[in-house]
Design a protein around this ligand. Structure first.
Ligand SMILES: Nc1ncnc2c1ncn2[C@@H]1O[C@H](COP(=O)(O)OP(=O)(O)OP(=O)(O)O)[C@@H](O)[C@H]1O
Ligand SMILES: [Mg+2]
Length: 278
């Protein structure tokens, strides 16, 4: 574990995320409704739910970009509304489609990653330390994209871009890693590569607490420990993956009868038919 995170962990010694009765309203709509959720620092959560369930809304609160309309959200031990979010943000690693859109297409990959240490998108005139460059290079190797360091972001495939974003999110040595649908848009091989990378991170005890948003049980990397299932802004089930991820909860979450398979640490699901075999 690196020194800054070791110190931060000693200092924090509390849940990474602690949501109590978190509700978000916009006009007449309730986006998330009375969410209780605690993420501890050694946990790896997957958040599953259909389109519009409220997953990204929860992620926006967890990344300090949104305040709950009611209830309390503690992030890295600090209560939203009572703390300067600009102090918290460098301690949070985030990937999302919205963030990806803001990465300049002409930016070199190694600069996309290294510039995270200054919390900026798009390298300008900052001077980076050798240590920052070494760390960025180490992450490119770890995430399997060292050969792309000199390419510009705009020339990468979707899967390669996803990996660059994860390397960038890890650059700040975050205490929590939030990944909003990192597998969206990937082909089968790309998805499998990403699942392997996330599995490797999940099993690494030095990795930060992780929350992965997904629509598909096939994208759950081995090593993930917990699941939250959301439907229409409400929690259908939350807890240990092995206990809560079952056909009853998954069918309730997606609103149709589903069969679920679990083999070699991986999950698969499809609509239940009378003779369902996989
Ligand atoms: N400002 C707003 N006003 C009204 N409704 C909103 C607003 N912002 C989001 N919503 C709605 O809140 C719901 C939850 O949105 P959210 O983005 O959290 O869903 P999601 O689970 O991430 O969905 P997806 O899987 O499609 O990404 C959606 O129905 C969305 O249309
Ligand atoms: Mg979303």
């Amino acid at each position: 574990m690196s020194a800054p995170r070791a110190v931060a962990r000693l200092r924090a010694m509390s849940a990474v995320l602690e949501f109590r009765d978190v509700t978000v309203r916009r006009g007449q709509s309730v986006l998330v409704d009375g969410i209780d959720w605690v993420v501890e620092e050694d946990e790896r959560w997957v958040v599953l739910g259909p389109n519009g369930a409220g997953k990204t809304t929860l992620m926006q609160i967890a990344s300090t970009q949104m305040h709950p309309s009611s209830g309390t959200a503690k992030i890295l031990g600090a209560q939203m509304g009572r703390v300067d979010v600009f102090e918290l943000r460098p301690r949070i690693g985030l990937t999302s489609a919205a963030l990806a859109e803001r990465i300049p297409r002409a930016e070199r990959v190694r600069d996309v990653v290294v510039s995270a240490s200054y919390g900026v998108l798009g390298r300008w005139r900052e001077e980076y330390e050798d240590l920052d460059h070494e760390r960025a290079q180490g992450l490119l190797v770890e995430i399997g994209i060292a050969h792309l360091g000199d390419r510009t972001f705009g020339t990468l495939s979707e899967g390669e871009r996803k990996r660059v974003q994860i390397a960038r999110a890890l650059m700040v040595d975050p205490e929590v890693l939030l990944l909003d649908e990192p597998a969206a848009g990937l082909d089968l091989g790309g998805r499998e590569d990403l699942v392997s990378t996330l599995s490797m991170l999940a099993y690494d005890p030095d990795s930060p607490a992780t929350v992965l948003i997904s629509h598909h049980v096939e994208e759950i990397p081995p090593g993930f420990t917990h699941v939250m299932m959301l439907r229409q802004g409400k929690v259908v089930a939350a807890g240990l993956l092995e206990e809560e991820l079952n056909e009853v909860n998954l069918s309730a979450t997606f609103g149709m009868p589903l069969s679920l398979w679990h083999e070699d640490g991986r999950w698969a699901a499809r609509r239940r038919t009378r003779r369902a075999t996989f």
